[in-house]
Unconditional design. Structure first.
Length: 155
């Protein structure tokens, strides 16, 4: 049997994005998956300060300004990467510096799922190439263990 399986429902992809090469590849893959289908990309930036508890309130406030600037830069990068190729996307930035990246991506995917219960929702992230992630884990590994939605890890 050679018949293609019918694709039903729209496709909503939540893409973790931090400006890294793996994140850019994840965005490329998500864009390719959405091509020819109805749906939308939600590109999510999660600022992360692993040792925020050691900072003074003034230092934390300064980091918030820095993360705001970085979010604007990342939004511009995404806009440039998708220019003339994909218009159905939006950019979200987590505002809580104490957030864990996988938890935020899961929460966004669950919010998208709640808005589109009859459609297809998946999370797309790039794989980490950092050696230390082999020891302590990465966002992709954590998502593979905990994400309630399908997950695509792009090499």
């Amino acid at each position: 049997m050679n018949a293609a399986m019918p694709i039903t429902g729209d496709l909503y992809l939540v893409v973790g994005y931090d400006g890294s090469d793996p994140a850019a590849r994840a965005l490329e893959a998500a864009t390719a998956l959405l091509r020819g289908r109805d749906g939308c990309l939600t590109v999510v930036y999660v600022p992360h300060m692993p040792s925020v508890d050691m900072l003074t309130p003034e230092a934390t406030a300064g980091m918030t300004v820095t993360f705001d600037e970085l979010a604007r830069d990342l939004h511009a990068q995404v806009s440039e990467q998708l220019r003339d190729r994909e218009e159905r996307w939006r950019f979200e930035r987590a505002h809580d510096l104490y957030s864990d990246v996988p938890g935020v991506l899961i929460a966004v995917a669950e919010k998208v799922r709640a808005s589109h219960p009859a459609d297809n929702v998946a999370i797309v992230v790039g794989s980490s190439s950092q050696a230390r992630h082999r020891m302590v884990g990465s966002v992709a590994v954590s998502l593979a263990r905990h994400a309630p939605e399908p997950l695509l890890i792009v090499p």
